[in-house]
Design a protein around this ligand. Structure first.
Ligand SMILES: Nc1ncnc2c1ncn2[C@@H]1O[C@H](COP(=O)(O)OP(=O)(O)OP(=O)(O)O)[C@@H](O)[C@H]1O
Ligand SMILES: [Mg+2]
Length: 301
């Protein structure tokens, strides 16, 4: 079972959008996906149509159990309206969790221990993190096989990324066994703006080894998809934004195949080999995106 945390200490950079979009593609590929909303604002929970004031069981219940077994972990999971897609929902009470857990030992590994109990149930777990460093984020990062850091291509977001990398270093110092694989995802990229281009140059210069080579473009359909409570893949799987997330997914899966071959399920691994046969389609997609971008450039220049 792969576990991906989508984290940044900066708000509004596309974390929730990234979780919803990757989940959309994964469930489309018939993989079993669990998403965990660890943000007390519960954006993802609302996105998927749940009323976070009225959720029967949430992540809060998991964190506040004295001990748990497989059944009690499964009991906080809710099925969504989409096939193969389950959620551990957030609730407002999660905002109190740092206070609730203070003084307890091993609080940073609660989620890791819980996920171990259900590792045969899902191919991929996606964790939406709050934009603040606390017990919820540390639990998510420690439990992950890979961490995705969406970084909006503008100056303030780059500062948020620096904060995340500092956090990774602190975690490595605290636990020598803590392995952190992270990928920086440039988001809301608009190549017509200087801010986007300069930010991307900065990312390439400073984070080359951890930078995904693609970018998630600005696409107004993301806003529409969150309003409608549908992952973008269900709104229009051929739009620029959806296609970019598919490229990202393939890249992440092939990286996992290399670094965590024991964690990737045969079904998830199969997507990578199928996709390598899609190479031609992939370059067609890039060509299509260039043509569209060219059209838009012409319309606006
Ligand atoms: N690539 C994109 N193009 C256009 N709009 C986008 C894109 N990605 C995200 N958005 C929009 O930007 C807003 C913020 O995105 P999102 O909620 O995913 O960020 P977040 O990092 O989860 O924020 P928070 O820290 O508040 O949880 C949303 O309205 C979303 O629809
Ligand atoms: Mg969010």
């Amino acid at each position: 079972m792969l576990v991906w945390s989508i984290a940044s200490q900066k708000g509004g950079v596309g974390k929730t959008t990234t979780v919803a979009s990757l989940a959309g593609w994964l469930q489309k590929e018939n993989l079993n996906v669990l998403i965990i909303d660890t943000d007390p604002h519960a954006s993802l929970t609302s996105y998927l149509g749940f009323d976070y004031n009225n959720i029967e069981k949430s992540l809060y219940d998991l964190y506040t159990q004295e001990s748990f077994d497989k059944e009690s972990v499964q009991s906080v999971i809710t099925h969504t309206n989409f096939p193969n897609l389950d959620i551990i929902a957030s609730s407002m009470t999660l905002a109190t969790i740092d206070r609730k857990l203070s003084g307890r030992s091993g609080v940073g590994r609660i989620l890791t221990n819980a996920l171990k109990l259900i590792e045969d149930d899902y191919d991929v777990v996606l964790i939406d993190c709050p934009p603040v460093l606390g017990a919820l984020m540390v639990n998510a990062l420690v439990a992950s096989t890979s961490i995705l850091v969406p970084t909006q291509t503008e100056f303030l977001s780059l500062k948020g990324l620096e904060g995340m990398v500092r956090t990774f270093n602190i975690m490595r110092k605290a636990d020598n066994n803590c392995i952190i694989n992270y990928t920086v995802i440039p988001t809301m990229y608009d190549k017509r703006t200087k801010a986007s281009r300069t930010s991307l140059e900065y990312l390439t210069a400073h984070y080359k080894d951890n930078l995904w080579q693609g970018q998630i473009p600005v696409d107004t359909l993301f806003r529409e998809s969150s309003q409608k409570g549908l992952p973008i893949t269900m709104l229009d799987e051929k739009c620029r934004g959806a296609l970019a997330y598919r490229e990202l997914l393939l890249q992440l899966l092939s990286k996992e195949l290399e670094i965590n071959p024991d964690k990737i399920s045969p079904n998830a691994a199969a997507i990578v080999s199928l996709a390598s046969g899609e190479k031609n389609t992939k370059s067609d997609v890039n060509k299509d995106m260039d043509i569209i971008a060219g059209d838009v450039d012409a319309m606006l220049s």
